[in-house]
Design a protein around this ligand. Structure first.
Ligand code: BGC
Length: 255
């Protein structure tokens, strides 16, 4: 198995891409810590599925926008599984508001949950990796919108643009410590963040038509890339972004 004996934290791990990463990593032998803020029952269901398949997972309720909660999350990994090897900073939200309508509260929530969490998740995990003397890996789940404007979702784009520079700069700073930092940038994925579009046949068709591969991704297709990055097969990758978008960012398909 690709991740035997490795311990991985997944923030926002009880839904969407996070849930898919938990299931894929556990299936490859990782011990997984599932961070969540809501729906504890869903976390329990995921843990049961992992355990039924012979894997190991624990849950922790932690608000990733607070450093005390991030510390508790890392302590949970170490207490349960002995050490930490990978953190996947996945938790994310969007408000779908334009520059003219975004409130201070919208802005703060999006930046705190998406970017502050990844910044301090990276810092605290890296401190832990260095203390352990093991090296380690940070995977930030970014978005094509780290680089590609999305009108009507400006705070989200700002947070993901920040994640891009976090990954590049932290990757450079932490490389000498044996700590790698990589972004995964999904395009449109069938997850709760896109519920509105997925439930609107016209919008969904328009979205699918704008994707060269002709369809939105399944969360498992993003999770498979995360597993590859966390495996020994991606050991030379750092300070960069892996785009997993079906080609959406390259512009629309011809008429
Ligand atoms: C956003 C989605 C959007 C997708 C493709 C994602 O990062 O969360 O709302 O549909 O990018 O544009």
């Amino acid at each position: 198995m690709l991740l035997s004996g490795k311990t991985m934290i997944v923030t926002g791990g009880n839904s969407g891409i996070g849930e898919a990463v938990v299931l894929a990593a556990a299936a490859e032998g990782a011990n997984v810590v599932i961070d969540y803020v809501a729906n504890p029952d869903e976390t329990d269901t995921i843990i049961s599925r992992v355990e039924a398949a012979g894997g190991h997972a624990v849950g922790i309720k932690a608000d990733v926008s607070k450093t005390d909660d991030l510390r508790a999350m890392i302590d949970t990994a170490v207490q349960n599984f002995g050490q930490l090897d990978v953190i996947v900073n996945n938790a994310g939200i969007e408000t779908r508001t334009s520059i003219l309508e975004t409130t201070e509260d919208d802005y703060d929530r999006v930046l705190d949950v998406n970017l502050k969490s990844a910044f301090f998740g990276t810092q605290l995990a890296a401190q832990r990796f260095i203390e352990q003397g093991t090296g380690g890996l940070v995977i930030n789940i970014s978005s094509v919108h780290e680089d590609w404007p999305m009108p009507g979702n400006v705070a989200y784009c700002v947070s993901k643009g920040g994640t891009r520079m976090l990954t590049r700069t932290a990757g450079v700073e932490l490389g000498p410590h044996g700590v790698r930092v990589v972004n995964v940038a999904p395009g449109a994925v069938a997850t709760p963040i896109n519920t509105e579009t997925l439930n609107d046949p016209e919008k969904l068709k328009e979205l699918n038509d704008s994707i060269p591969l002709g369809r939105v991704a399944e969360a498992s297709e993003i999770a498979d890339v995360v597993v590859f990055l966390a495996s020994g097969k991606a050991g030379y990758m750092t300070a960069t972004t892996v785009v997993v978008d079906g080609g959406i960012m390259q512009g629309s398909v011809g008429l």
